[in-house]
Design a protein around this ligand. Structure first.
Ligand code: FAD
Ligand code: EPU
Length: 358
């Protein structure tokens, strides 16, 4: 570069920035963004509403920035005062009826759609099959992560494919249900692909021929009491049961079941059931039995137990609640207390179900 002769070196100005410097943004409160409602903050919040936003997320990951993907925060609990990094909030919207093929109605639903609204829409539009999963909080995009399930149905049973954006290769691809390796409250997205990809949409296939799932508790009796055994009445009975049993996060912070129902080897099951014949238990993977964690916690004397401003819900012991103003340290102490008490009494380990961040 040639310098004009009349300027000395110390008079040369540095290049001026093209845009004004960005003022440091104030921390983003996370309390409204997760249903347990603990106080915490993130550095930044970014909506994922476009392909460009997916690439911005991938850039942050590549640059080693702290990143967290959030749907509606009903299975995520922030257990530290601050999350150092950016929270990416899923906001891809849209749902589409793809037509009927091989006896199944097919749907494509974007990840940022609300799960319950999708279920209601299918039932109201004459496409039954999802009614047992009504009123589960959260986004469609998170539903494959832990393979949501309730009242005799898991989402994997009606899932055909999951659309993903790979944060390393930056490629979009479609995974078959088999490739997702769905299991009880588990999938490849909680294992090998954890933090590696964004689920952008899910394809569902609902059989044209309706086969109601009525085995759980009084689902059938409630539906019949409404007049007729039809999908809308099954959905209403599920909503009724859930409303009576589970706390509404708007009124009482919670993350649903806080522990998975433990899957234990047959030998341990035989030992526990010999001493406690009333232990509720269910079939599971070969050589194992699934136990009811809520029962184990209640029998350990912890139903309604409070520790500071958090506690074990007094109507359903598998749910931990924020009584208002709960601290993350209190929650961590409560988790440890529940786990060690149940372990000491029954010899069974309880694993937390929600994603604990921090
Ligand atoms: P978030 O909490 O936002 O995210 C959960 C996890 O998924 C995080 O690790 C997050 O990073 C990841 N994630 C979110 N979106 C994406 C995406 N697009 N791509 C990749 N990863 C993603 N669960 C059941 O299975 N059955 C129930 O009956 C049930 N009942 C509940 C009742 C209550 C009152 C509450 C509060 C929760 C309940 N849950 C239940 C748990 C919860 O509703 C589900 O796990 C739900 O799918 C979480 O959705 P979300 O969008 O809120 O997920
Ligand atoms: N139980 C007790 N005491 C309690 C709670 C439960 O004895 O305080 C007993 C019940 O009497 C019953 C058994 O435990 O015999 C199972 O209880 P329930 O039917 O209420 O279901 P759960 O096993 O506690 C699971 C899911 C829920 C899902 C319901 C209905 C898990 C971890 N939880 O709860 O999912 O809605 O079944 O299908 O699998 C969630 O994942 O967040 C969730 C809410």
């Amino acid at each position: 570069m040639t310098r004009p002769n009349n300027l000395r070196a110390d008079q040369v100005q540095p290049p001026q920035p093209q845009v004004a410097p960005v003022a440091p943004s104030s921390p983003v409160p996370l309390r409204p963004l997760h249903t347990f409602g603990l106080e915490s903050y993130a550095d930044r919040l970014v909506q994922i509403d476009s392909t460009a936003a997916l690439h911005a997320y991938a850039n942050d990951v590549e640059n080693g920035q702290g990143c967290l993907l959030l749907g509606e925060g009903s299975n995520t609990v922030f257990v530290s005062d601050a999350f150092r990094g950016t929270v990416y909030s899923m906001a891809l919207k849209g749902r589409q009826y793809l037509g009927c093929k091989s006896g199944k109605h097919r749907f494509r639903v974007m990840a940022g759609e609300n799960w319950h609204q999708f279920v209601e829409w299918t039932v109201a539009s004459g496409f039954p099959g999802l009614e047992n999963l009504a009123l589960i909080p959260g986004s469609v995009g998170a539903s494959p992560v832990q393979n949501i399930g309730a009242y005799g149905l898991e989402m994997c049973e009606v899932t055909e494919a999951v659309h993903v954006f790979d944060l390393q290769t930056r490629q979009f691809s479609v995974m078959s249900a088999a490739e997702c390796r769905f299991a009880y409250r588990d999938s490849i997205f909680k294992q090998e692909l954890a933090g590696r990809c964004v689920i952008t949409a899910v394809d569902f296939a609902l059989p044209v021929e309706w086969t109601p799932r009525l085995e759980y508790g009084d689902v059938k009796a409630r539906a019949l009491a409404m007049g007729e055994l039809k999908p809308i009445n099954v959905m209403k009975s599920i909503i009724g049961i859930r409303t009576e049993k589970l706390p509404d996060p708007v009124c009482l912070g919670n993350a649903g079941s806080f522990f998975k129902n433990p899957i234990v080897p047959d030998a341990l099951f035989q030992k526990v059931v010999a001493d406690h014949p009333a232990l509720p238990n269910y079939p599971s993977i070969p050589g194992h039995r699934k136990l009811a964690a809520g029962w184990l916690i209640e029998q350990s004397g912890l139903k309604g137990f409070n520790l500071g401003r958090v506690g074990v819900y007094n109507k359903q012991a598998l749910i931990l609640v924020n009584l208002g103003g709960g601290q993350s340290s209190e929650l961590l102490d409560l988790i440890a207390h529940v786990q060690s008490t149940v372990k000491a009494k029954f010899g069974v380990e309880l694993e937390a179900e929600p994603n604990l961040v921090g």
